[in-house]
Ligand binder design. Structure first.
Ligand code: F6R
Length: 585
């Protein structure tokens, strides 16, 4: 969840760390802090709130670490912001993750006389390192990592060590290799404007970065050295910038003009191979969280209607409850933009115990999920910086359609349909369409509740619509299966309660009947779909693309969520209480 960055080089570290922290802010943004090393002195500065240079002087030193926080243990206070220091203030630590055995470790350290200055779990790392510092910094970090349970990525500096020691177990860390300088961060966009040469750390590994020396990678468990190679990132740094857009979210919505084409540009042979594995498997699960979970749920309908194949969707956090159904013949299809979501990785771990195979759909190359999977489809959406997922969603859906068509032996038909969808989305995303949706948002901006219904393929999209509206505009929204309204939720409908009705998937007649039931109770019906029905008070037209209707129907809802958030003055790209990568369970 948190974002971490370290620098070792010849330049002053502070401006570089600031710049990188801003790029990492989407990972957490309730407080931030720095520690730099100058000669034998460690300088520390912390602040509550979002990363801001206001009031921050340039600290001396060309080695430094910085952190932007998403609170887990301990409130949002300056004291709880990272870095954390040991008792002697000679060791500074930043941490991304969660330490499950921290209460016991903390009480042991307190008994030994360590004095804590924060309520965080992370501070114990500084004190544990202090406890064994006579071994030297790298060994002390290694020993500490072996003690910690849970998920951690850690960067450590010490007053008399001219560099950084970094270690990971469960949370991501990537080394950027520049000319005579190193960057180490939780995500590539942190340093993409400075280098595209990266080296990945795997779980259970650490790296020692000393000025003017080659990085030394070691296995935390055995201490043995590991050779790594440099990988070139093919993302363009400008894709991770806002360009002329006011927010990343709207930029990423608009990018869907191209991202679907990029997503379906997969190797046919690989698609067919994975489709054959799906057809052969005994038990196929589609697994993801949040928006990706809704994509998986849509996938269940996609495989059923196109491939006539039963696959089960399960939200990742609930998947461990299915462990008794897993065998070597089970196949998991994991869907994750970041490839770092803790619940997703835990689901893979559970499946691995039973020998199941894992295919993944991932946006971030080199992410933990990519590296844990038997095979990965890269969705190629480019960096998604807004916390609310948009372009990754349609790219993930596109690949699920392609796989379902391949399972049915009709891959060419699938590609034709998806090319048509891409071209129609390109037409939809025009200024007039956007203006019309902004006008609708204007009329809805003070509503307290919004409901969304859909059936079949559009039922999961109704739930996805609710996520988008809630997280970006903070208006309460709830998505239901159309047929379920009359079993309870219809009691919530009052005069002019807005209800978005998703159509165009072949179940229109029943959905329209449900819309009528809502309208009869005073609801205001916003129809989304290719056909204008009389029951609609407002119509958002989407193209008729048959079974691919979820891909086009979600576009106006993404725009509506964006405009509602903008009109209500919300923090669109970094909504309160959220983070882009959810690396805690
Ligand atoms: C909502 C959203 C989240 C993510 C979820 C999973 O807009 O983005 O619900 O979909 O946190 O993240 P990934 O796909 O990175 O596993």
């Amino acid at each position: 969840m948190c974002g971490i960055i370290g620098y070792v080089g010849a330049k002053n570290a502070t401006p570089i760390l600031f710049d990188s922290l801003k790029r990492l802010e989407y990972r957490g943004y309730d407080s931030y802090g720095f520690a730099t090393l100058d000669g034998e002195k460690i300088w520390v500065r912390k602040s509550k709130g979002k990363v801001s240079e206001a009031g921050f002087e340039k600290l001396p030193g060309s080695v430094g670490i910085a952190h932007t926080r998403w609170a887990t243990h301990g409130k949002v206070t300056k004291a709880n912001a990272h870095p954390h220091l040991d008792c002697t203030k000679r060791i500074a630590v930043i941490h991304n993750g969660i330490i499950e055995n921290f209460e016991k470790l903390k009480s042991d350290l307190v008994k030994k006389g360590h004095v804590f200055r924060s309520d965080t779990d992370s501070e114990i790392i500084a004190h544990l390192i202090e406890d064994s510092i006579e071994l030297g910094l790298p060994e002390a970090v290694m020993r500490t990592m072996k003690i910690l349970k849970g998920r951690s990525a850690v960067l450590v500096i010490k007053n008399d060590f001219d560099g950084i020691v970094a270690a990971r177990n469960g949370s991501p860390l990537i080394l950027g290799v520049g000319r005579d300088e190193y960057f180490i961060a939780s995500d590539v966009p942190a340093f993409l404007n400075r280098t595209k040469d990266v080296m990945y750390l795997d779980d259970g590994e650490m790296v020692v970065l000393e000025r003017d020396r080659k990085p030394v990678f070691r296995n935390i468990g055995t201490g043995t050295r590991i050779e790594k190679r440099i990988i070139k990132i093919d993302w363009d740094a400008k894709h991770a910038e806002k360009g002329n857009y006011r927010h990343f979210m709207i930029k990423e919505i608009m990018e869907q003009k191209e991202t679907i084409i990029r997503a379906i540009n997969q190797n046919d042979g690989e698609i067919k191979k994975v489709a054959a594995a799906i057809n052969k498997a005994y038990g196929v699960f589609l697994i993801g969280c949040g928006t990706a979970g809704n994509v998986c749920h849509t996938g269940e309908y996609i495989f059923s209607s196109i491939a006539k194949k039963h696959v089960n969707h399960v939200v990742a956090s609930e998947f461990p409850g299915y462990r008794d159904f897993l065998t070597k013949k089970t196949l998991l299809i994991m869907v994750s933009q970041s490839g770092e979501t803790a619940d997703v990785l835990e689901a893979v771990r559970v499946a691995r115990e039973k020998g199941a195979k894992v295919i993944s759909l991932v946006n971030v190359r080199g992410s933990t999920l990519h590296r844990m999977s038997d095979f990965t489809f890269h969705i190629n959406a480019g960096p998604e910086k807004a916390v609310a997922s948009t372009k990754a969603t349609t790219a993930q859906l596109a690949i699920l359609y392609l796989l379902a068509y391949a399972c049915a032996g009709r891959i060419e038909e699938g590609k034709r349909l998806l090319l048509e969808v891409a071209s129609k989305i390109n037409d939809m995303l025009n200024p007039r369409y956007d203006e019309r949706i902004r006008a609708l948002a204007c009329s809805m901006q003070r509503k307290k509740n919004i409901y969304i219904i859909g059936r079949s393929l559009n039922y999961p999209m109704a739930m996805e619509s609710a996520i988008k509206i809630m997280e970006v505009s903070y208006i309460h929204a709830h998505g239901f299966a159309g047929g379920e309204m009359k079993h309870g939720p219809i009691a919530l409908i009052e005069k002019n309660t807005p209800c978005i009705v998703l159509t165009g998937d072949g179940s229109d007649q029943d959905t329209v009947n449900n819309a009528m039931e809502i309208k009869a109770r005073g609801g205001y019906i916003i129809g989304v779909g290719p056909k204008k029905y009389e029951v609609f008070d407002f119509w958002l037209k989407t193209p008729d693309v048959g079974l691919a209707s979820p891909m086009v129907n979600i576009i106006p809802v993404q725009l509506l969520a964006y405009h509602l958030g903008d009109l209500r003055g919300c923090d669109i790209d970094t909504p309160r209480n959220l983070a882009k990568s959810v690396t805690v369970k």
